[in-house]
Design a protein around this ligand. Structure first.
Ligand code: GTP
Ligand code: MG
Ligand code: ZN
Length: 292
């Protein structure tokens, strides 16, 4: 029977079949031997156990369109990067890292700035300044349902994954898109951060068509698989200038004749984005150095 892996907890995989029934599955040993981990979003083949109501064996995983390591999900059409305008304060660096993840996986990316009820005009203007030229940008007050209708329209028919730090309102957003009962939490008074309310990734099917993956909040990342040469391609505004620097292998750091740095100076590339790029490439260089 064909199905969709919607949830995985402690070695059990929950697979929803076409008739809407959910089976609790164990994976065949062969996957482990081959180093394959069943992943949320996988399209799979299951074999129900003869003497159990809703238990089955996960037999086969169909080829994946893409896969993310953290959060571990696959077959994503659109990555919805959620940030709060305040509480917790936004980090452009974290947003840029998620954007690189999306570029790397070859998915679309949408940025949602939530909690605009708590935001200053300055911060909203800053979001526009940095991201409007690059990616679709939605401003939301999820609590009051503001901006939800437009977002729904943009997401119809797609498999979307929510990504963003704890407490920005991902699960609240899932419930606003459709009341599916995703668990939500409060912001800590003391730290101003979220409390990691969502522990496990889960897929919710939406009535307007499409599906949403709710994921736990992430702010730290496994350093990219990407190497130095790849990273510039994951910043579209840098990729656009590809091949125009004096040196072919320009990393756009301190090399003379660098067109990218020129573009930062004259405002064509936003300084905030360039800072994220520099931070990431330095991290990659550092990591590569330590490998030898
Ligand atoms: N003021 C305001 N608060 C909001 C808004 N949207 C969500 N919140 C609140 O933010 C808090 C955190 O929301 P969650 O939906 O649990 O956040 P999350 O991103 O799922 O967090 P994790 O599951 O920990 O990753 C809750 O108290 C929500 O009520 C909004 O638009 N405005
Ligand atoms: Mg959550
Ligand atoms: Zn350069």
């Amino acid at each position: 029977m064909k199905g969709l892996l919607v949830k995985g907890i402690a070695g059990f995989y929950y697979v929803k079949t076409e008739d809407g029934k959910v089976y609790e599955c164990k994976a065949r040993g062969i996957f482990k031997k081959e180093g394959i981990t069943p992943t949320i979003g996988d399209e799979v083949e299951i074999e129900p156990l003869p003497d159990a109501e809703d238990e089955a064996v996960l037999e086969k995983i169909y080829p994946r369109k893409n896969i993310f390591i953290r959060p571990p999900i696959c077959n994503v059409d659109t990555l919805i990067i959620v940030t709060a305008a305040a509480k917790p304060d936004p980090s452009f660096q974290i947003i840029d890292r998620f954007l690189v993840m999306a570029e790397e996986a070859g998915t679309e990316a949408i940025i949602c700035v939530n909690k605009i009820d708590l935001a200053s005009d300055e911060i909203l203007a800053k979001f526009r300044e940095i991201y409007e030229p690059l990616y679709p940008l939605h401003f939301l007050c999820t609590k009051q349902g503001e901006g939800i209708k437009e977002l729904k329209e943009a997401l119809a028919g797609r498999r979307c994954a929510l990504a963003g730090p704890s407490g920005v309102g991902k699960s609240t957003l899932v419930n606003k898109l459709e009341n599916v009962g995703a668990e939500t939490g409060k912001i800590s008074e003391r730290t101003g951060r979220g409390k990691q309310t969502t522990r496990h990734t889960e897929i919710f099917e939406m009535e307007y068509g499409g599906m949403i993956f709710d994921t736990p909040g992430f702010t730290s990342f496994e350093v990219l698989e990407a190497d130095e040469q790849d990273l510039p391609h994951f910043y579209p505004e840098i990729a656009k200038l590809s091949g125009r620097c004096r040196y072919d292998n320009c990393r756009h750091l301190k090399e003379p004749g660098c067109i990218v740095r020129e573009a930062v100076k004259n405002g064509e590339i936003h300084i905030s984005r360039y800072r994220s790029y520099v931070g990431q490439i330095q991290e990659i260089i550092e990591k590569e150095k330590n490998r030898y």
